[in-house]
Design a protein around this ligand. Structure first.
Ligand code: PMP
Length: 400
């Protein structure tokens, strides 16, 4: 599927064809994204919103067109509900900080889940520490399914927000976020979804989900590094205090009092990554060209095939076997250390991730130091999975 659009994949490493299975960490970028970035710097590079000159107006126009593209992509109601950040991590920090400073007080409760990325744990811990609030955690079962049935008992009149991942970067679990949001809303609790691992792999409609916030990164969806998105419902964004102070986010500044700019600029202090945002628009166009449903179908075939073939290896243990999974396979073989396995696979030209994947509570759940993680994208193939399986077999023989 469109592999020739990704020139980086055509290379050899250690004289072996590169097999890139570290897509949950970051995806590769198609030529049209790389060209858009280079074109931006070659033709219209300029600071936006402030300039009266031609280049600044052009760059501003392109930047705002990209905002519309993101809005369409996640089906938000308004352009101004799309806030550009540096990535999912900054988006989540923005929500925790701004929502927290506006609404969280001593004794309040925040609910997250046991399968969160550290990016969706630590910002809430900061907030709890600052405000004297309490963090509560929805557990998951041993096959990696979130225990949604436990949610009701965790929600209390003190719960002020629930933050949960759409797709786990380690277990691959696709959480039933629509159902979770419905339950939370029945308790008047707003919900933030960490969509970092979802947007490139399944259709997302924030209005259908009815989530209050949806955070993600461009670089995991074929766009350049350095840009992320924080979607927030207008109602919250209007009420929330700004995140960072600086240029662009103000309306008037005097030493006595500063008033804030309108949405979304109130949350976009400083010079944004204009070129990267323009690249993000191209990445969205690229994915829409392939078709997000086609991507999901292809990746699901890779997931099924990869799971079936890896399971044939003696001593194979797959971590995360929820019914509804995205194309992420975390595994261990016998007592081989994941790091050693990762190094041996690298020598075969295969890029996988090893370690705790910024999800230490998941490792604690299973009492393991880490896993080997193969994660797939639209350009991966069954032939590459065959190469992986052979290489894992070979490495396991050496390590056990
Ligand atoms: N949440 C999840 C589920 C992730 O997988 C990641 C990236 N591994 C993040 C948040 C953070 O994304 P970023 O590093 O792009 O800010």
């Amino acid at each position: 599927m469109n592999r020739e659009d990704f020139l980086i994949l055509g290379q050899e490493v250690y004289k072996k064809p590169l097999v890139y299975f570290d897509n949950a960490a970051t995806t590769q970028k198609p030529e049209m994204v790389i060209s858009a970035l280079a074109d931006y710097y070659r033709t219209i590079n300029s600071n936006i919103h402030r300039g009266v000159h031609y280049l600044s107006q052009k760059a501003t126009e392109e930047f705002e067109v990209a905002r519309k593209a993101v809005r369409d992509f996640i089906h938000a109601a308004h352009d101004y509900e799309i806030v550009f950040t540096r990535g999912a991590t900054e988006s989540i920090n923005l929500v925790a900080s701004s929502f927290g400073r506006t609404y969280i007080h001593e004794g309040d409760e925040i609910v997250i889940s046991e399968m969160e990325h550290h990016s969706n744990i630590v910002p809430w811990q900061f907030l709890c520490e600052d405000r004297g609030a309490k963090l509560k955690v929805i557990p998951f079962s041993d096959n990696g399914t979130l225990c949604v049935e436990k949610l009701e008992e965790l929600l209390t009149p003190k719960t002020k927000i629930l933050a949960v991942t759409h797709v786990s970067n380690t277990l691959g679990t696709i959480n039933p976020v629509k159902e979770i949001i419905r339950i939370a809303h029945a308790h008047n609790v707003p919900v933030m979804i960490d969509g970092a691992q979802a947007v490139a792999h399944c259709p997302v409609d924030v209005q259908d989900l009815d989530c209050d916030f949806y955070c993600f990164s461009g670089h995991k969806m074929y766009a350049p590094m350095g840009v992320g998105i924080m979607y927030g419902k207008e109602r919250w964004l209007n009420e929330m205090k700004p995140y960072q102070g600086g240029g662009e986010m103000i309306s008037t500044v005097t030493f006595e009092k500063t008033t804030y700019n309108e949405l979304p600029y109130k949350f976009e202090a400083g010079t944004p990554a204009v070129g990267d945002v323009i690249g993000l628009r191209k990445a969205i166009e690229y994915m829409q060209g392939v078709g997000i449903q086609n991507i999901a179908k292809h990746e699901n075939e890779l997931l099924q095939y990869g799971t079936q073939e890896l399971k044939k290896i003696e001593g194979m243990r797959i971590i995360g076997e929820a019914q509804n999974k995205a194309a992420v396979i975390s595994f261990l073989v016998g007592n081989a250390h994941p790091y050693d396995m990762g190094v041996l696979l690298d020598h075969q030209g295969i890029a996988v991730r090893t370690g705790h994947h910024c999800t230490q509570p998941i490792m604690d759940h299973f009492h393991i130091p880490g896993t080997v993680r193969a994660s797939f994208a639209l350009y991966n193939t069954k032939e590459e999975i065959d190469i992986l399986v052979k290489a894992v077999q070979k490495a396991a023989q050496m390590l056990m």
